[in-house]
Design a protein around this ligand. Sequence first.
Ligand SMILES: Nc1nc2c(ncn2[C@@H]2O[C@H](COP(=O)(O)OP(=O)(O)OP(=O)(O)O)[C@@H](O)[C@H]2O)c(=O)[nH]1
Ligand SMILES: [Mg+2]
Length: 316
Amino acid sequence: MPNNNIPLLVKELAAGKVRAAARLISLIENEDMGREIIPLIHNKEHHAYTVGITGPPGVGKSTLTEKLVLQLLKNSVKVGIIAIDPTSPFSGGALLGDRIRLHQLSTNPNVFIRSMASRGSLGGISAATLDGSKILEAFGCDFIIIETVGVGQSEVEIVKHVDSTILTLSPGMGDDIQALKAGIMEIADIFVVNKADKDGLEKTVSEIEMLLRASNHNNFIPPVVKTIARDNIGIEELVEKINKHREYLSQSGDLEANRKKRIKFELWHRINSIISAFIQDSLTIETMDNLIDDIYAKRVDSYSVADKIIDKLINR
Ligand SMILES: Nc1nc2c(ncn2[C@@H]2O[C@H](COP(=O)(O)OP(=O)(O)OP(=O)(O)O)[C@@H](O)[C@H]2O)c(=O)[nH]1
Ligand SMILES: [Mg+2]
């Protein structure tokens, strides 16, 4: 029977037991137990640096992640990887996880790999993913890499939750790059053009640089790194650029400011969900139906009804 003794699991997590980390993340993801687990975690000294890797399907994000992690491990750090699977009714979101588990990282004791579904509503990234990365931080990871597929608005929400965002593209994506203009160009901290062995590399790089010049980057100009992830080429430079961005964030004070912004966002999300659950619990279906009838018949308006519901709850 799987272990559900949360205090014990949290203790084992602090001691670096992989199985405890895995079990706790499952409890958070599948049983919605973040509320029970996260308050028990007290690892005040340790901060993990979080990196998001996003980009269109098949550009080589997982290959890049693997090589990046191997490079980071040279400085003997502990790395956590969360691969976010788009939840599909067919795959159940397990496909990427299976694939990523196949490679050589999965046997390294300093690497923790986890695949999680993208369902949920913290703006594209699930609340469970955020709690999952808290578990990995408590587990002692120095770096946490989150891989997400896609360049649509909801997928790139990842940037609101990590310290550095890497947008991965590949040669021959002319039209796609044009389409990226809105939003993502402004949010990526580092651009990677992977599959640099393919035709059209320089064209893609110069298109990105052109768009970058036209967009809004005041202080930190995102570098464009060419990689051949498959052959481990360009990865050292990528690590260098990540470290540079990290340094910039630390020195400018943005690292702390951005993290506090994320805490604010998360805190409001929690407050809002607790309040709505509370209000929903306090309203019977019958009361709700009556109120709807009243609004329908124009006896009253929805603003006044909402105010009344809140007033009643606060003053009772
Ligand atoms: N030619 C070439 N192929 C590469 C390179 N890097 C990765 N690939 C190949 O590209 C394919 C897709 O790689 P993945 O790492 O799975 O790409 P991904 O972006 O994680 O894919 P999804 O998670 O499915 O979106 C694989 O067959 C890789 O071997 C590269 O630098 N050059
Ligand atoms: Mg992948």
